[in-house]
Design a protein around this ligand. Structure first.
Ligand SMILES: NC(=O)c1ccc[n+]([C@@H]2O[C@H](COP(=O)([O-])OP(=O)(O)OC[C@H]3O[C@@H](n4cnc5c(N)ncnc54)[C@H](O)[C@@H]3O)[C@@H](O)[C@H]2O)c1
Ligand SMILES: CC(C)[C@H](C(=O)O)[C@@H](O)C(=O)O
Ligand SMILES: [Mg+2]
Length: 346
């Protein structure tokens, strides 16, 4: 049976890293890919970042693969103008994907590519569980000539369900959850902390739970990353902490993600990084975060565990053979990265 994958190449380096990812997937099974305009590319043609046609196509698919959206062409401070990023937020919301899983597992072969010492990195294996459809991203926004505001809002139900995703993940890992908030200042964080503890006490008492303030968590992530197993946090904190955590893996170009949570619809699989406009069009982008996102698509979206593991092992193997794109301190092009990983698949 052929699996249908809706493909959203998006903007900037998006198309350059999507094409090799589809080639790689093509080696592993029978997939039907359909590409759809999304983000800035969609604004240019349709005037909106997410059309009904693209949304419907995503809903009908078995899984959605996204590269990245955005870029200077569409940057605007005018709230009446469309932005590529609105399409991404709308897609996550409309698909009901409230849980964003961002694993960070530095590959030993890349320890030298990191600015951090080997002793700090060795043994790091953590998962950021980011709440994805609530918080300040989705609260009411206002703007007048003299002021602006973004409302941060969470319901108990939204916190409850993301907490369960984190505890369930921890049970399959090292049984430890750090719940990250700013409960010393924010009311939404005080509610977050209370609900996480209630869920824990009721159903997950055997999982170790630690509370951590987000500012010190940012420091601890870089200073002592091995202490973390699962980090669960709200939307904005998770966005920022996961880019910081990318430094553990050597480059933002290494981190994949899976956006899940709706059992009745497809998941969305996307690298953590953006459209990298500074290197777009040069054929030098690192495609590995998208390859690894495709692996998460196979595992979480289609239940193809062996194929997912094959991609991850091939990426590790290629890096062990010395594959280094420019962000990792080397000279390999995107095409050479595909060749190196494909050789390891065989
Ligand atoms: N999921 C998404 O679509 C997504 C995520 C983050 C940012 N964005 C958007 O991307 C645009 C650019 O944002 P930014 O510059 O802050 O972040 P970015 O992640 O695009 O780039 C940050 C830095 O990392 C480098 N980089 C990122 N991915 C790389 C890769 N695969 N290979 C090599 N180098 C890579 C870039 O060259 C740049 O120097 C913005 O419009 C932003 O809104 C989109
Ligand atoms: C592009 C932007 C809306 C997005 C986010 O903030 O969620 C990105 O930074 C990410 O991490 O996926
Ligand atoms: Mg981000």
């Amino acid at each position: 049976m052929s699996h249908s994958i809706a493909v959203l190449p998006g903007d900037g380096i998006g198309p350059e890293i999507t094409a090799p990812t589809l080639e790689l997937l093509g080696e592993l099974g029978d997939f039907t890919f359909t590409e759809h305009p999304f983000g800035g590319a969609s604004i240019d043609v349709h005037g909106t970042a997410l059309t009904d046609e693209t949304l419907d196509a995503c809903k009908r698919s078995d899984a959605v693969l996204l590269a990245a959206v955005g870029g200077p062409k569409w940057d605007t401070t005018d709230p009446s103008k469309p932005r590529p990023e609105q399409g991404l937020l709308g897609l996550r919301k409309q698909l009901g994907l409230f849980a964003n899983l961002r694993p960070v597992r530095p590959v030993p072969a890349l320890y030298d590519a990191s600015a951090l010492k080997r002793e700090i990195l060795d043994g790091t294996d953590l998962l950021v569980v980011r709440e994805l459809t609530g918080g300040i991203y989705f609260g009411e926004k206002t703007r007048t000539a003299t002021d602006a505001s973004d409302l941060c809002h969470y319901t108990v139900a939204e916190v409850d369900r993301i907490a369960r995703v984190a505890f369930d993940a921890a049970r399959k890992r090292r049984n430890l959850v750090h719940s990250v908030d700013k409960a010393n200042v924010l009311e939404t964080s005080r509610q977050w902390r209370q609900v996480v503890h209630e869920v824990h006490g009721a159903d997950y008492a055997e999982v170790q739970l630690e509370d951590q303030l987000v500012d010190s968590c940012a420091m601890e992530l870089i200073a002592r990353p091995t202490q973390f197993d699962v980090i669960v946090t709200e939307n904005l904190f998770g966005d920022i902490l996961s880019d910081a955590a990318a430094m553990l893996s050597g480059s933002l170009g290494m981190l994949p993600s899976a956006s899940v949570g709706n059992p009745d619809g497809p998941g969305l699989f996307e690298p953590v990084h953006g459209s990298a406009p500074d290197i777009a069009g040069q054929g030098i982008a690192n495609p590995l975060a998208t390859f690894l996102s495709a692996a998460m698509l196979l595992r979480h979206g289609l239940g193809l565990e062996a194929e997912a593991t094959a991609i991850e092992a091939a990426v590790d193997g290629a890096l062990g053979d010395g594959l280094r794109t420019r962000d990792l301190g080397g000279t390999a092009t995107t095409a050479e990265a595909l060749d190196a990983v494909r050789r390891r698949l065989a």
